[in-house]
Design a protein around this ligand. Structure first.
Ligand SMILES: C[S@@+](CC[C@H](N)C(=O)[O-])C[C@H]1O[C@@H](n2cnc3c(N)ncnc32)[C@H](O)[C@@H]1O
Length: 299
């Protein structure tokens, strides 16, 4: 059984499902919503991150089409004359979208991009000892093969005085309404259908990252704000004939072809029904994330 292993089963199915999900939460609208990007921008420290006259170095893991990255880079350019930005992203399609964005947005002209079409695991094999002042992984740590090794590598590549910034699905329930913020579905699926080590699948949440940092005595700040939540239109998931609905279901469970697994499908739909709300005729399922910022003290 492939519970939680969508990307391992088929990177193509993963990408198709991700695109269906983007449509279901209105990514195009979101692209025009400055509040979402401002939220990430606010996480970037206001102070300069390196000595004047030196290049600021940024590493993005799983940058996708660069929507969040470019907002972060623009803030950094307010304090730094030039930025070296290494992009580690396995999908050629996503990198092309990111490059188009860069070509069209002249305000990113002072950024020197270093494109690496690789997974985080392949990238580590290149054994480069560059240190970065900012390393971020926004909604990507579900998909790396080895969470522990990826976090270790990210931390090792961070310069003293640098920041590591991670966004990942929250394991909590959202305030006031007490509904699943996204992560509880993962745990429910795993409890009933999972086999082996959950951390070897994509069913990971903020608590897994926090435990990793706690075990190493690394201090960090956690925030979670409504503006960064995704309100996903799951109406189509209840229509077995809807191709888009089935892909969204796959993405939300990180499991390939859930429509062919009646037990998993029934449990997921029941959970989503109880944890969603009807708004203007659409069934909306809210997924919240946590943002974890760790600072590497100078030794
Ligand atoms: C949900 S998207 C997030 C994209 C972007 N960070 C954002 O917030 O818009 C996850 C991204 O991680 C990439 N990815 C998947 N597996 C990866 C891996 N093993 N290493 C690095 N990136 C990976 C995917 O191609 C995808 O672009």
């Amino acid at each position: 059984m492939e519970v939680g292993r969508l990307i391992n089963y088929s990177p193509e199915r993963y990408l198709e499902s991700m695109m269906a999900l983007r449509t279901a939460y209105g990514r195009d609208q979101r692209d025009r919503d400055p509040a979402y990007y401002q939220y990430f921008v606010a996480k970037v420290p206001d102070s300069a991150l390196c000595e004047p006259g030196t290049d600021l170095r940024v590493l993005g893991i799983g940058s996708g089409s660069g929507d969040v990255d470019s907002a972060i880079l623009k803030k950094l350019l307010q304090r730094h004359n030039s930025v070296y930005n290494r992009v580690v992203e396995p999908s050629g399609e996503m990198i092309e979208r990111y490059k188009t964005r860069v070509r069209e947005d002249t305000s990113l002209g002072a950024v020197n991009f270093d494109w690496r079409q690789q997974t985080a695991e392949e990238y580590v094999q290149t054994k480069d000892d560059t240190k970065f002042h900012l390393i971020h992984a926004v909604h990507v740590l579900y998909h790396v093969e080895d969470l522990d090794a990826t976090l270790r590598n990210m931390w090792e590549q961070l310069a003293d005085g640098g920041y590591m910034f991670i966004t990942i699905k929250s394991d909590a329930c959202y305030a006031f309404e007490g509904k699943d913020a996204g992560g509880k579905l993962y745990y429910k699926l795993w409890e009933k259908f999972g086999k082996g080590d959950r951390l070897k699948t994509s069913l990971r949440t903020s608590v897994d990252v926090e435990q990793w940092l706690d075990a190493r005595g690394i201090s960090y700040d956690v925030t979670s704000e409504d503006v960064a939540a995704l309100n996903i239109d799951i109406s189509e998931c209840f229509n077995e004939k809807s191709e888009a609905g089935m892909k969204i279901l796959d993405f939300l469970t990180q499991t390939p072809h859930v429509s062919n697994m009646p037990e998993i499908r029934a449990m997921t739909l029941e959970h989503m029904q109880c944890n969603s709300s009807m708004v203007n005729g659409k069934r909306l399922y809210k997924v919240e994330s946590e943002d974890i910022v760790a600072f590497k003290k100078c030794e």
